[in-house]
Design a binder for this molecule. Sequence first.
Ligand code: ASP
Length: 327
Amino acid sequence: MNKNIRRTALALSLAAGVFASAAQAAFPSDKPVTLVVPFAAGGPTDKVARELAQVMTKSLKQQVIVDNSPGAGGTVAAKKVLAAPKDGYTILIHHIGMSTAPSLYKNLGFDPNTDFEHLGQVADVPMVMIANKAVPAKNLTELLAYIKANSTKVSYANAGIGSASHLCGLLFMSTIQVDMTTVPYKGTAPALTDLIGGQVQLMCDQTTNIAGQLNSGAVKAYGATTMQRIPAFKDIPTMNEQGLKNFQVNVWHGVYAPKGAPAAAVEKLAAAVKEGINDAGYKAKMAELGAAVPNEKNASPAGHKAHLKAQIDLWGPIIKKAGVYAD
Ligand code: ASP
């Protein structure tokens, strides 16, 4: 190569480098970011996702759109994000199911700890055991007696294996040592419609889905899955205080980019998540739905990653003991 050609080649590669970093710095540039939601539209995960999409849109100055891809307890959506181009434009919101999937699914095909960039947790949501109004039990004690008397004739709705409603039902049935008939849905939004319609009797669901029905009395409420009463629903006793000692399911939601996404995009997305959950309107909406914004540690990427790992380690033995698996 003579000197001139070498100089031109150097200039070109420098220019390419400048363009490449300019493109990265410009994330998100000319197209929307897709936030993949692993459950049906209108449900609890979807509600958090749509609130988050709004505040992230403000922060990123680029539209964040929601894509509902339900199925297999949320694992369909996680796989969809991993199969998409790893450019930061396709990200995932998921809940506690991300930490139970490795124990529940024999052939999960991905590792939540290592295949994703953890962008931060965005909501902590309590659950409440609810029933169709025709269920005769007036309180948890009567409900337990009713379930024991009717067992598999009692129907329990969930959002598929690995969903929070599945997990809560699993814990409930193993605690009271009675099996009910479970009916899987693509999310608890359609399940709630059926529960109110009387096609299915019981469900444990996040307050983000059922706040309106709890307030209007459209469903019966039997107990909260948190150790403390839910600030927005102080009149609902906890399962724990009614005798199901230490009965606890705390649903947390986190946001993920696929591992391999450009560092600049990951940084921008994590900053948008942080800014979004500190938005006063977002916080007020979460409180109205009985949910809370996570503490600063869990809201950070490192805290999210550590919490996910701890949750995987926590749920593993519980699920193993329950002996539930899916392919
Ligand atoms: N609440 C559902 C669950 O049980 C998920 C959803 O529909 O968002 O995990």
